[in-house]
Ligand binder design. Structure first.
Ligand code: NDP
Ligand code: OXD
Length: 317
């Protein structure tokens, strides 16, 4: 491999809204030889080997004429792929961080338990000063459905199954797994929804998955089910959820991701008594565990080895 600016390697940190100070100590610890530049102070753009991005600033990529690899701060890469000036031949690496999977499993478990143990009803009873012991079904009789059986969905599914829940997963390609019920492909969706009392979305946002949480999904689910969306706001048809909540078809929803973030102050979700709004924190990439994964790919790039976790642009994730 030959680079045209000597042995120095330069990584550009361009994650508007995510303070660079969170990341720089771990880059310095794990990759002391790497020079980190922080957007917009990028110096000579031709010297930049690696770009670490989250919602990349418009017009950035054409300036980086020596770019070798684009690293996404997030597991979801739709904002990177949507950049009209994304260089066609530069690999895009999505974030695979063990802490992200752990954090998502904690979040999904917390929300599933909240609905499984009927906590919204308990809270309503408290407001009414009503002492009413409520009995949940046993976990084995609680059917949870997880859309997406990748890095995050698989960890959540296994965590819930270990606690005894009856878990089904849905993926694009068939992925049978012990202790789980597996569904794959569009044709299997109605049957998957029909058994999902608590539905969790952990899909990437692609043209195939946009709007998947819609009126048809809510109509197919068991009456009074719950929805947890930690994928992307574009997975949810907002008006369909509001209608399904009004009709009682859906009893409650936890939403961590939204079409517009931050969620506008006048959005009806903020004040809906059966919607829990969470500010896109279901799982956060953690520098301590994520930087070593980036470092491994930088080492691979410098040794001419295949990169890990590269996005398949045709698939969109
Ligand atoms: P992966 O790429 O590891 O897994 C994606 C899964 O979705 C795979 O199982 C894939 O199927 C499935 N899938 C993709 N397209 C389809 C389709 N058309 N039909 C059926 N299944 C499909 O992603 P991750 O698990 O790492 O992340 C998933 C998403 O979670 C991210 O893209 C992001 O949007 C979201 N996220 C949200 C966070 C938050 O804090 N709210 C934090 C991190 C991520 P197959 O296995 O067959 O390829
Ligand atoms: C991600 C996210 O994609 O934080 O990692 O949403």
């Amino acid at each position: 491999m030959s680079l045209d600016h000597g042995d120095r390697r330069v990584l550009l940190y361009a994650c508007p809204g995510v303070p660079a100070e969170i990341w720089t100590p771990d880059f310095a610890r794990v990759l002391p030889e790497l020079e980190i530049r922080i957007w917009p102070e990028i110096g000579d753009p031709a010297e930049i080997d690696y770009a670490f991005v989250w919602h990349p600033p418009a017009g950035l990529f054409p300036r980086l004429t020596g770019l070798r690899v684009i690293f996404s701060l997030g597991a979801g890469v739709e904002s990177v792929l949507a950049d009209p000036e994304l260089p066609p031949d530069i690999p895009v690496i999505r974030m695979v961080d063990p802490s992200l999977a752990q954090g998502m499993a904690e979040f999904v478990l917390m929300q599933v338990l909240h609905y499984h143990r009927r906590m919204p009803e308990v809270a309503a009873n408290q407001r009414a000063r009503l002492w009413q012991p409520l009995r949940p079904p046993v976990a084995q009789d609680r059917r949870v459905g997880i859309l997406g059986f990748g890095q995050l969905g698989a960890h959540c599914a296994e965590t819930l199954a270990r606690l005894g829940f009856d878990v089904a997963v849905w993926s694009r390609t068939p992925r049978p797994a012990p202790g789980l019920t597996s569904f794959a492909g569009r044709d299997a969706l109605p049957a998957f929804f029909a058994r999902s009392e608590i539905l969790v979305c952990l899909l990437p946002l692609t043209p195939d998955t946009a709007g998947i949480l819609d009126a048809a999904a809510f109509a197919a689910m068991p009456h009074g089910g719950f929805v947890i969306n930690a994928g992307r706001g574009g997975h949810l048809v907002e008006a369909d959820l509001l209608a399904a909540l009004d009709q009682g078809r859906i009893a409650g929803a936890t939403l961590d991701v939204f079409n517009v973030e931050p969620l506008p102050a006048d959005h009806p979700f903020w004040v809906h008594d059966r919607i829990t709004v969470v500010p896109h924190i279901a799982a956060l990439t953690q520098p301590r565990t994520a930087v070593p994964v980036i470092a491994e790919n930088i080492r691979r790039d410098q040794s001419g080895l295949p990169l890990l976790h590269a996005v398949d642009r045709a698939r969109g994730y």
